[in-house]
Design a protein around this ligand. Structure first.
Ligand code: EPZ
Length: 422
């Protein structure tokens, strides 16, 4: 297994290009199942999760071609051979469950393995099931698989979700595009990735309104046609790299960034003493002098502070002046980066869903282990600002969500290299 060696070496300066959003691409790809005509995605990120979704769609008989070094995904599902998403693939990536809604809508049946738990939590699918049953699906759990079917097709309905689940919103909206009649989805998630999905579905002929708000209305249509869609910028990669000049000092421009993708996160950085400004090409982040101020963080559904930036923000707070309280309200076990940061000299106390971080002057480099996708990059950020060398092991977690990390950080002056595993 590869590892990454980082050496703290002062301020960072320059530009970092931000890729297309992993979490948008992972819901846009299953959308190809809704039409027998081709769907092409541009600005796709080159990530192992995208390869996993590609393998899943191909296991169903869909054609998926990665063109232009993986930045273009040309897909077609005009002759599927299976409607079963196998455990072997789903257990590797929870987002595989996003084939459920499209398969049900187009073929009236789907068999999708429950993903099983993952490092950050149990991550059940009850909200997906409730929403699809409201549209008339009959779903039963057998041998770890959800067996879903509809006799006579899905029917539009009014449904209020108990929690604004991102994945459940995506499955229900995709299913509703081909249901008979109108669906009103209340307490829908408002993430930019959902807005991007709806914009793509609209290009395919879907009739949807309200995306980005808590109420999404879908007028079912008989069929959807093909389209070409550009994947929205990845707000989590954007926020992650905004923290690089914040924790190291210097000034970095994030190409392709937009303030509207990271409003609440940028507000927190401003409160901590970091300058965030929009430029013609993206976002510029600067930390001129003095220590960062500690700020409190509560993770919430969009437009609140993103849970996917909590680990990275904790790394910054470890070096800030004062005490920061970080409350993780989305997942039940998302502080596994804390003990690794403590190995680097951080002062963190975790009680349940709350972490209290007392800033220390400077962290010390140490060998640490990545435990999940966002924790891995949190350790890299800490290593960039630490004294001495930090080796982050198990970087396969990183490859799931960040393309060319070493190249992007080297480009702004970081001392970082990937060490091939034996
Ligand atoms: C999406 O996961 C993202 N993944 C996650 O990003 C992100 O952390 C999460 O949304 C929250 O923003 C993708 O988009 C592929 P949820 P998802 O359904 O859809 C509970 C990353 O690092 N829940 O909004 O699975 C669930 O257990 C990943 O890129 C139920 O209880 O998130 C969790 O506690 C990590 N029942 C909370 O809701 C359900 O049926 C949020 O889950 C569904 C979810």
């Amino acid at each position: 297994m590869d590892s990454i060696l980082v050496t703290g070496n002062g301020p960072l300066n320059g530009q970092i290009p931000i890729a297309g959003a992993k979490n948008a691409c992972l819901t846009l790809m299953p959308a190809t199942l809704l039409s027998e005509e081709p769907l092409t995605l541009t600005n796709a990120p080159r990530l192992s999760d995208i390869k996993t979704m590609t393998a899943l769609l191909q296991s169903l008989g869909a054609e998926v071609s990665a063109l232009q070094d993986g930045q273009v995904l040309a897909m077609s599902s005009h002759n599927l051979t299976s409607h079963t998403a196998d455990y072997e693939i789903v257990r590797k990536m929870r987002a595989s469950n996003l084939v459920l809604g499209p398969l049900l809508a187009r073929f009236g049946e789907a068999v999708v393995s429950l993903p099983g738990g993952c490092a950050i939590g149990a991550r059940p699918m009850d909200l997906h099931v409730e929403g699809l049953e409201a549209l008339g699906a009959e779903i039963e759990l057998k041998d770890g698989y959800l067996h879903a079917k509809t006799s006579g097709g899905l029917k539009g309905a009014v449904h209020e979700m108990r929690f604004a689940s991102v994945g459940a919103t995506e499955n229900i909206v995709m299913a509703a595009t081909l249901a008979k009649g109108t669906t009103v989805l209340k307490n829908a998630a408002r993430e930019p990735e959902i807005v991007d999905l709806v914009e793509c579905l609209r290009k395919m002929g879907a009739q949807i309104s309200g995306e980005g708000t808590s109420t999404i209305e879908i007028q079912g249509v008989d069929r959807l046609h093909g389209a070409t869609h550009q994947v929205v910028t990845d707000r989590i990669e954007l926020g992650t790299y905004m923290l690089a000049p914040a924790i190291c000092g210097g000034e970095v421009e994030l190409l392709g960034g937009r303030m509207s993708l990271v409003d609440s996160f940028a507000a927190k950085l401003n409160a901590a003493g970091i300058e965030v400004t929009e430029t013609a090409n993206g976002l510029k982040v600067a930390r001129k002098n003095g220590r960062v101020r500690s700020v409190d963080v509560v993770t919430e559904p969009f437009p609140g502070f993103p849970t996917d930036l909590q680990a990275q923000m904790m790394a910054l707070m470890c070096t800030a002046e004062g005490v920061s309280v970080l409350e993780e309200r989305i997942f039940e076990n998302r502080f596994m980066h804390a003990p690794e940061l403590v190995r680097m000299g951080a002062n963190i106390e975790v009680h349940g869903g709350t972490a209290t971080v007392t800033g220390v002057g400077r962290l010390k480099g140490a060998p640490v282990m990545a435990t999940d996708l966002r924790a891995s990059v949190s350790l890299i950020l800490a290593g960039l600002a630490a004294e001495g060398e930090t080796t982050v092991s198990r970087v396969y977690h990183l490859d799931r969500g960040y393309e060319h990390v070493v190249r992007k950080l080297e480009g702004v002056g970081a001392k970082i290299e990937r060490i091939k595993g034996q």
